[in-house]
Design a protein around this ligand. Structure first.
Ligand SMILES: NC(=O)c1ccc[n+]([C@@H]2O[C@H](COP(=O)([O-])OP(=O)(O)OC[C@H]3O[C@@H](n4cnc5c(N)ncnc54)[C@H](O)[C@@H]3O)[C@@H](O)[C@H]2O)c1
Length: 342
């Protein structure tokens, strides 16, 4: 029956003489008409799909001006944690203190966050991951010693792969050393510079490479300090390391501006974290004042009259990580409650 000419089919002849007449003019007309109909339907279908896609994309994006237009985390990346349209930030030293405060604030701002810290901090860091997830964002823990370039590169790769993008790095991890300049050893200098300075170079390099690879106009933000603006006695090596962070920030900002990457730093004053517990303890050993006295005297020098919190710092980082800071680069923003005036 399939090979039989249509007009000779008795069933067709029974249908309608007009149709039979048209068909008699040749099967080609019928085939042309069917193709024309299919073409018309296909064009309408394309228009419909474009319309639907155009409207569907923004409806996936949670509210907030920090979210990217990324459709979703790439589904072909191995180990991707769910799907998201959020921007991705990595915060080093985020297991506690200022880093934890920054990680939580960025999550509140709509970022998915890679919480990077040393292996021994894993339990604390996983606690921060859980806090971020409770805020409705995605988070991963990444074990990394930021004084090792390979760790920093691997941490950035893990964040990009598992969270589906990379937009902001916060080079926050750092240590303090409290020692008169005459007593500082070569080993101590190596240690503080490798953790406070080399880490920032590695963070800038790893993040910039990833931004360029992904075509992202990313943001690099590093921890400086009031000690990056003024040298503080008994914090000589620390002050030098933070001066270096300021120098690197200015240089990287100029070198990376043509790529659309901004580079800034935050400069806290006296924040009530484990770092100041250590500074207070060491100062007591040096000047004999009772524990807590050095911290109290330093806090009294703050114009706003109270010790700084990690949230105070995180609010400034929140700004630097946002589109509101798109035209800010090469800056070290003091957030010290009024200690230095620059
Ligand atoms: N606390 C302050 O008053 C103050 C003031 C100015 C600047 N800062 C700077 O802010 C940053 C955070 O300070 P904080 O007060 O939260 O300190 P903190 O000691 O409470 O926390 C530092 C975090 O960094 C991590 N870390 C240390 N070495 C690391 C390494 N090699 N690799 C990966 N992670 C490492 C620690 O495990 C810890 O979780 C530091 O860079 C510090 O210099 C602090």
């Amino acid at each position: 029956m399939e090979d039989e000419p249509l007009v000779q089919n008795p069933q067709v002849r029974r249908i309608d003489p007009d149709i039979v007449r048209v068909l008699a003019q040749g099967e080609k007309q019928l085939v042309d008409a069917v193709f024309a109909s299919i073409l018309a339907i296909s064009v309408r279908l394309d228009e419909f799909c474009e319309d639907v896609e155009g409207r569907a994309a923004p409806s996936n994006v949670p509210s907030g001006d920090l979210l990217s237009e990324r459709d979703s985390a790439s589904s072909n990346n191995e180990g991707v944690v769910g799907m998201s349209t959020a921007k991705v930030a990595l915060v080093s030293g985020a297991g506690q203190g200022i880093g934890r405060g920054i990680a939580l604030q960025l999550a509140k701002d709509g970022f998915d966050v890679a919480v990077a810290d040393l292996t021994f901090q894993e339990e604390k860091a996983r606690g921060v991951v859980a806090e971020i997830e409770a805020l409705g964002r995605r988070a991963i823990f990444v074990a990394a010693d930021v004084s090792k370039k390979e760790d920093v590169v691997a941490a950035v790769d893990a964040a990009a792969t598992q969270l589906g993008g990379f937009d902001v790095i916060v080079n926050n991890a750092g240590i303090a050393q409290v020692k008169p300049i005459l007593d500082v050893t070569a080993e101590e200098l190596d240690k503080i510079f490798s953790i406070n300075v080399n880490s920032v170079v590695f963070g800038i390099q790893a993040a910039a490479d990833k931004f360029i690879e992904l075509g992202v106009k990313g943001k690099i933000i590093s921890a400086a300090s009031i000690a990056s603006i003024k040298g503080f006695p008994i914090l000589g090596a620390y002050s030098a390391s933070k001066f270096a962070v300021r120098g690197l920030t200015q240089v990287a900002a100029q070198e990376l501006a043509p790529k659309g990457i901004t580079v800034n730093a935050y400069a806290p004053g006296i924040v009530g974290t484990g770092m100041w517990d250590l500074i207070d303890e060491k100062l007591s050993e040096i000047n004999g004042k009772p524990r807590g006295q050095n911290l109290k005297e330093n806090v009294e020098s703050i114009a706003l009259g109270r010790i700084e919190t990690p949230e105070d710092v995180a609010n400034v980082v929140s700004f630097l990580a946002s589109e509101k800071a798109d035209y800010v680069t090469g800056q070290v923003l003091l957030v010290d409650g009024g200690m230095l005036y620059n």
